[in-house]
Design a protein around this ligand. Structure first.
Ligand code: HEC
Length: 138
């Protein structure tokens, strides 16, 4: 059987086929994104507010975004550990200010760093580019 389509109809048909595949692909991507769901944690939520209140982001980065005077703190919790972080927050250093944080604020900030650390890795060297252009982390 030979189907003859006029130029316009052919174009519409091609467009519909492309649209169909575009929608299928979009649907596939959005339902398969490697997004982790992390339980909301009370300490972490309060710690995030302290992080904003003291504008830690002015000097530090989270996932590479922020100021560049201090280091990226996305994975500081697993790299340095809570005792090290607490000592830093209590005393500051020559360039890192001492904010005279209350013990509760320090506890909350530690919760924030714990949750942040669990959300992924910030070092691009550890990223794996997958076939469809998304990024996977080990
Ligand atoms: C004025 C800039 C500045 C601000 C604001 C600042 N920091 Fe820092 N921070 C630094 C610098 C610089 C260092 C590295 C200091 C050093 O090694 O002596 C640092 C180091 C740290 C470290 C240790 C990181 C590591 O791997 O050694 C932690 C944890 C930290 N800061 C947390 C915070 C938190 C939490 C806040 C907000 C309450 C904050 N910082 C606000 C500048 C800042």
């Amino acid at each position: 059987m030979h189907i003859h389509l006029s130029g316009d109809r052919q174009r519409v048909l091609v467009l519909l086929i492309l649209l169909f595949f575009f929608l299928c692909y979009s649907f596939y991507l959005y339902t398969n994104l490697p997004v982790k769901r992390i339980k909301q944690d009370r300490d972490a939520a309060a710690g995030k507010l302290s992080w904003q209140k003291y504008n830690c982001n002015a000097c530090h980065q989270v996932y590479g975004l922020g100021g560049y005077l201090g280091p990226d703190l996305t994975n500081v919790y697993s790299v340095r550990g809570p005792a090290y972080i607490e000592a830093f927050l209590k005393n500051g250093t020559g360039i890192m200010p001492d904010f005279h944080l209350k013990q509760g604020e320090i506890k909350n900030l530690l919760g924030f760093f714990r949750q942040l650390n669990a959300s992924g890795k910030s070092d691009p060297k550890t990223f794996m580019l997958s076939y469809e252009g998304t990024i996977e982390q080990k």
